[in-house]
Design a binder for this molecule. Structure first.
Ligand SMILES: Nc1ncnc2c1ncn2[C@@H]1O[C@H](COP(=O)(O)OP(=O)(O)O)[C@@H](O)[C@H]1O
Ligand SMILES: [Mg+2]
Length: 504
């Protein structure tokens, strides 16, 4: 293996936590963020992480001499400056490795010891990757594939955080591919995606994955009224007064007991039942009916029809809720609240397999600061975040506005995958809410390119930068790119004009 450099002494290093090495020769490249190793006197492998690199040259150490020389002649002409330039890498010690085990470092490495690139096999183990894990790309500066353990990533939930265009949905698609490809013997789960912009619908046309994908168009979502218990109504309409709630409960109960089972019952029947109720003030009835009128406009409550039937959720399958045609945020929140509750309760009863619920634009569904009527789905998301682990109910929260995301929900996401973020407020928030992110790493996050990210938390033993891999599925978004939309508009207009002309 190529020798990268030699450990040097500085005032305080090498120590058990840090050391520096001079990089050997001009042809050797060492990069910030690279993992390295050295052999200690007791023949153990010591692992480290290059956290900064400096260039140095003795000829330029003294400002006044440099200024003086440069006045007379170019320094380069009179001194062998080039050959005196060298680079020094600062390393943070990560631990020792011997006979398949990692230990803490108790003795510093020796000055003069040689530095090698980290052994890929050991690196894999050090970071906590699994051979059957979810392959999301390679570790930055290394050929080591990042294969995350599904259990470690999902069980305690995870969040994908980054600004728009940094590659969040791309990464989510990569993870979905990995989930769809899992074999039964490795453990398969069901994946449910709340797709706000119709970015995932392409999965259904994919040759490889399509057969395991069901896309539910937002307008087609139907929930039979009998499946909706009073608690869900109260979550949807948090501003109902005590008497209004009582009236709603009573009416739902009466409907359940009297209505024809086969026929089912919907909002129309509920309205009639409420009107019929005696012993309630007209005012109460009127305001309750007005509140329920909103549900009528949203048109997702049905008499009998149910789409999708979440009870039939299967392992290794993907259900995509395409919300791109729904305008109302409240309607979207109501549906997410229902889906979340229903999935969680079905899972608790073991009627469906363990699942991952992936929510795009999660800050709109679990808002940190919002009045109850604008935070309809927050409570169930927080509940799954807190309690889901025991039941195999996992969350993936995808957001470009982590500042607005419920702190309760975000703090329960034990792994954060962070792609480029440049907004200082968001960066600061991420630094505070993600364990393992210090100000140095936070600076690197602002400089990431599309497709680069850092993983911190439960899924890895140490924060690691990753180049996210290409996706295997074909990307097919809903909606055309802007220039196509513009072209289509003008073409359509021209056609119309021609038709009018021909007619005249
Ligand atoms: N790892 C990657 N490799 C290649 N292309 C990528 C990668 N990540 C993102 N992209 C591309 O960058 C663009 C923005 O990515 P996207 O996932 O839509 O960002 P976001 O969801 O964060 O707004 C897309 O065209 C996507 O295909
Ligand atoms: Mg996106």
């Amino acid at each position: 293996m190529q020798i990268l450099g030699t450990i040097i002494t500085t005032e305080e290093t090498p120590s058990t936590t840090e050391f520096s090495f001079v990089i050997s020769g001009k042809d050797t490249t060492v990069k910030k963020g690279q993992f390295i190793q050295t052999i200690t006197k007791s023949n153990e492998n010591m692992f480290g992480f290059v956290h900064e690199i400096f260039r140095a040259n003795r000829y330029f150490e003294r400002a006044e001499s440099v200024a003086e020389y440069e006045r007379i002649a170019d320094m380069e002409k009179n001194f062998p400056i080039d050959s005196w330039e060298h680079m020094i890498a600062n390393v943070r010690v990560l631990g020792n490795y011997k006979d398949g085990k990692f230990t803490r470092t108790f003795v510093p490495p020796s000055p003069g010891a040689k530095i090698l690139n980290a052994d890929e096999e050991v690196l894999k183990k050090f970071l906590g990757f699994e051979d059957s894990g979810m392959f999301i790309g390679n570790i930055q500066h290394h050929e080591t594939p990042a294969r995350l353990s599904m259990t470690r990533l999902l069980q305690k939930h995870f969040a994908i955080l980054a600004m728009s265009g940094a590659g969040k949905s791309h990464l989510a698609s990569v993870l979905i591919e990995e989930l769809l490809e899992r074999k039964q013997e490795d453990g398969r789960i069901a994946t449910i995606v709340i797709d706000i912009h119709g970015e995932y619908v392409g999965f259904q046309y994919d040759e490889k994955y399509g057969k395991n994908v069901q896309v539910i168009e937002g307008e087609d979502i139907k929930i039979p009224l009998r499946k909706i218990n009073p608690e869900i109504f109260e979550e949807w309409l948090p501003n109902l007064s005590g008497p209004q709630r009582e009236l709603l409960r009573q009416s739902l109960h009466d409907l359940r007991t009297t209505a024809d089972k086969k026929e089912g019952y919907g909002l129309k029947e509920l309205f009639a039942q409420i009107e019929k109720n005696e012993g309630t003030r007209d005012e109460t009835k009127k305001t309750l009916l007005r509140a329920l009128g909103e549900m009528r406009r949203y048109k997702f409550i049905s008499k009998n029809k149910e789409l999708p039937k979440l009870r039939l959720t299967e392992p290794g399958k993907l259900i995509i809720f395409d919300f791109s045609s729904i305008d109302s945020l409240r309607k979207k929140q109501m549906i997410v609240a229902y889906i979340g509750r229903r999935l969680f309760s079905l899972r608790k009863k073991l009627e469906i397999p363990p699942f991952l619920l992936l929510i795009e634009e999660a800050h709109n569904f679990a808002r940190e600061k919002a009045e109850a009527q604008d935070a309809i789905s927050r409570s169930i998301i927080e509940t799954i975040a807190r309690e889901g682990r025991k039941f195999g109910a996992s969350l993936c929260l995808v957001s470009q506005r982590p500042v607005n995301l419920s702190t309760t929900a975000l703090s329960q996401c034990n792994t954060h995958i962070i792609l480029r973020v440049t907004n200082p407020n968001d960066l600061m928030h991420i630094e505070m809410s993600s364990e393992g992110i210090d100000s140095r790493i936070s600076k690197s996050i602002a400089g990431l390119k599309t497709g680069e990210g850092i993983i911190v938390g439960e899924a890895v033993n140490y924060p690691v930068f990753v180049n996210i891999r290409q996706r295997k599925s074909v990307k097919r978004e809903k909606g055309l790119p802007l220039h196509e939309q513009a072209k289509q508009f003008e073409e359509a207009k021209k056609k119309k004009e021609e038709q009018v002309e021909a007619f005249l």
